[in-house]
Design a protein around this ligand. Structure first.
Ligand SMILES: [Zn+2]
Length: 458
């Protein structure tokens, strides 16, 4: 990426932004911008604002179509979700690369997460390592830690799943989640002098707040090195973590020690259920908004986000630090239910992420030096089609909260096979210091620079 696209965008966008009362960074000359950097140097003027904190909310597989479905069903076509209320919205491209660096037009969550976590593209399946040479690349979370910020990661997936994994681990393949899962990562094992599984690396990084699913991965036994014979959970405790497994435990977690929250053996069960889409469609259905598979005591993504913010802020206060925090929050099962052609599951998880967005925006309203970004890692299958359409793939008719019928179609793969990601650009929306950097059409990797610049990370 050269610096030119950004400069061009500012040139036409500046007047409109100023009219909208948005601070626009003064753009330095090309020589000041440093040539190789993809972001121009900023003047010390009003536009060069620094963020103390960054909250990054990721809807996995949450393309425009997934957002629109959730909006139509819950608040109505003319309504607005919390994630629709950001003042600044742009689009970003998400493609990954092959081992030679050539474009692979449809990314997976590992390569896309690596994009914003490291600022570099990689091959599908890879976790924060280079595409050809398979070398570890520093991540935004690692930089934040090095600069004295508190850090956190919250997800509805297993904590070892790709999107959380890219922050605090480096793996040849995303499947290397626990010590017993290292088949695809022969060079990452402790025996080979590598950093070990994603679970082990995550707790070794001493991320201050880790909340999500994946308890079974952390209960696997470490086979090599200093913690051999213990589970990763025991390793975490030995490293100082308080481990919690339900909402009561989470409520009682106190700042002063890092927190590992494991609220399900695998992915956290979704909030809503309903009939999956079928060939020829379904009868008009209303979604069931209390999934019986979700155990009582499972904290919501919004509760987890609220608690994570409290813990991160309290940690810095107790340490007498003026530095803030970096927190990533992922709504993971928008993607997983989209793969399964399950519109109700998908919409319920989008609504759950939207409540977490509300928590983040409320925090930012009290702490205006907080950059909040909401985006997706890639597009996905679901499409809203006319009621009279008879698509060849899977479809379902829903009855929305405003009483209208809505038909959704899943046709990125043969019925019976999992539905697929798409290569479309996706929305990125933001508020707070440096939020204007999301405007126009950017690439996923530029989000790394946006966060790094906002937090002045060296
Ligand atoms: Zn997926």
């Amino acid at each position: 990426m050269g610096s030119r696209p950004y400069r061009r965008r500012l040139a036409w966008g500046a007047a409109a932004l100023l009219a909208a009362g948005v601070a626009v960074p003064a753009v330095a000359s090309a020589s000041e911008a440093g040539g190789s950097s993809d972001v121009p140097a900023l003047s010390a003027g009003h536009g060069a604002k620094k963020a103390k904190n960054v909250i990054l909310l990721i809807g996995d597989g949450m393309g425009d179509s997934e957002i629109t479905l959730a909006r139509d069903y819950t608040v109505g076509a003319a309504g607005r979700l919390n994630m629709d209320k950001f003042p600044l919205t742009g689009a970003y491209t998400t493609y990954s690369v092959d081992k030679d660096g050539k474009p692979d037009y449809v990314t997976d969550s590992a390569a896309s997460g690596t994009g914003w976590a490291t600022g570099q593209k990689t091959v599908n399946g890879r976790i924060s390592k280079t595409p050809g040479t398979d070398k570890a690349m520093p991540t935004i979370l690692e930089l934040a830690q090095k600069n004295g910020l508190a850090t956190g990661s919250v997800t509805t997936a297993e904590l070892t799943d790709a999107t959380p994994a890219v922050l605090a681990s480096h793996a040849t393949d995303r499947s290397c989640m626990g010590p017993a899962d290292m088949k695809a990562c022969p060079n990452d094992t402790l025996a080979k002098g590598g950093p070990g599984s994603i679970a082990e690396q995550s707790v070794n990084h001493k991320v201050d707040v880790l909340l999500g699913g994946g308890k079974a991965r952390f209960d696997q036994k470490v086979t090599e090195g200093r913690f051999a014979g213990r589970t990763v959970t025991q390793q975490a405790e030995q490293l100082g973590y308080q481990v919690v497994t339900d909402d009561k435990g989470l409520k009682n977690a106190r700042p002063g020690k890092p927190v590992l929250g494991l609220f399900a053996d695998g992915n956290v069960p979704v909030e809503w259920t309903g009939k999956a889409a079928a060939q020829g469609g379904t009868e008009p259905q209303r979604c069931v908004t209390n999934n019986p598979e979700r155990k009582a005591g499972t904290p919501g993504l919004d509760d987890q986000t609220r608690k994570a913010l409290q813990l991160l802020e309290a940690k810095q206060k107790a340490a007498g630090s003026k530095k803030g925090f970096f927190l990533q929050v992922e709504g993971a099962s928008i993607d997983k239910r989209d793969h399964a052609a399950d519109p109700c599951g998908q919409i319920g998880e989008t609504a759950a992420l939207d409540r977490a967005v509300k928590v983040a925006r409320a925090y930012a309203a009290q702490h205006p030096d907080t950059l909040v970004v909401t985006t997706a890692d890639h597009g996905h299958t679901s499409q809203i089609v006319p009621l009279e359409a008879t698509p060849p793939g899977l479809s379902s008719t829903l009855v929305t909260n405003e009483g209208q019928k809505l038909k959704v179609n899943y046709s990125t793969n043969t019925p019976g096979k999992p539905q697929e990601h798409t290569g479309t650009e996706v929305r990125i929306a933001a508020q707070g210091p440096q939020a204007e950097r999301v405007l126009g059409v950017t690439d996923q990797t530029q989000l790394f620079t946006t966060i790094r610049t906002a937090l002045s990370l060296r």
